[in-house]
Write a protein that binds this ligand. Structure first.
Ligand code: TTP
Length: 191
């Protein structure tokens, strides 16, 4: 099977990383954006939160789908000690998040929703990420230089901090960047 077997994709994401990953997958797509409230019920598990928000982003397109088009949405969250980290509010918050992640393991969940006229199909991937000890100076330098305020957990594994600060990961790398590409490819082919 090839990309020819994949339905036309509408990527409903403003994330440059998701756009870039889909481009690298050689899957044609167009972008459409809608504002979505990203709140979620307290009782959900981390994996359920990522899927819940991804589905909410997809459902915003309920009325506007035509033909065999598929809307693709995703949501990435970071979880440490059952604490959910989304995007930081400001640089102080980013400093707190990275200090919390320093020297330990955390999990990254990306929920993905695929919606066409026949319904909604969603899934998630989880990746364990191990940060080595980061000094307060390194964290400060990273935040001031790279301004990671649009990233869940206040870091990009693809940035400087990922290159010098991450010892290892277990699971999908692209899942941490924002889209679990290998799983996504399989799911799109099976639709
Ligand atoms: C952990 C991590 C997250 N991220 C990014 C991926 C997502 O863009 C962002 C998490 O926020 P999301 O709410 O998942 O996505 P978004 O608001 O950027 O885009 P949209 O809702 O329009 O699809 O953090 C990285 O780029 N690298 C990383 O290592």
């Amino acid at each position: 099977m090839t990309e020819k077997d994949i339905a036309p994709i509408i990527l409903a994401s403003k994330s440059p990383r998701r756009q870039e990953l889909l481009t690298l997958m050689n899957i044609p797509f167009r972008i459409a954006l809608k504002d979505v409230d990203e709140t979620y019920p307290e009782e959900l598990s981390p994996a359920q939160i990522a899927v819940y928000i991804a589905e909410k982003k997809a459902r915003a397109f309920d009325e506007s789908l035509t033909g065999d088009e598929v809307v693709l949405t995703a949501d990435t969250i970071v979880c440490v000690d059952s604490l959910i980290l989304g995007k930081p509010e400001d640089e102080t918050h980013a400093f707190e998040m990275l200090s919390l992640l320093s020297g330990r393991k955390h999990e990254v969940y990306t929920g993905v929703a695929l919606m066409n006229k026949s319904g909604l199909h969603s899934f998630y991937e989880a990746t364990d990420v191990y940060f080595r000890n980061l000094s307060p100076e390194q964290i400060k330098y990273y935040i001031e230089t790279y301004k990671p305020l649009d990233r869940a957990g206040s870091y990009g594994i693809q940035d400087w901090i990922g290159l010098i600060g991450i010892e290892r990961i277990t699971g999908s790398y692209t899942n941490v960047v924002g889209l679990p590409t290998e799983r996504l490819y399989r799911e799109l082919l099976s639709m």
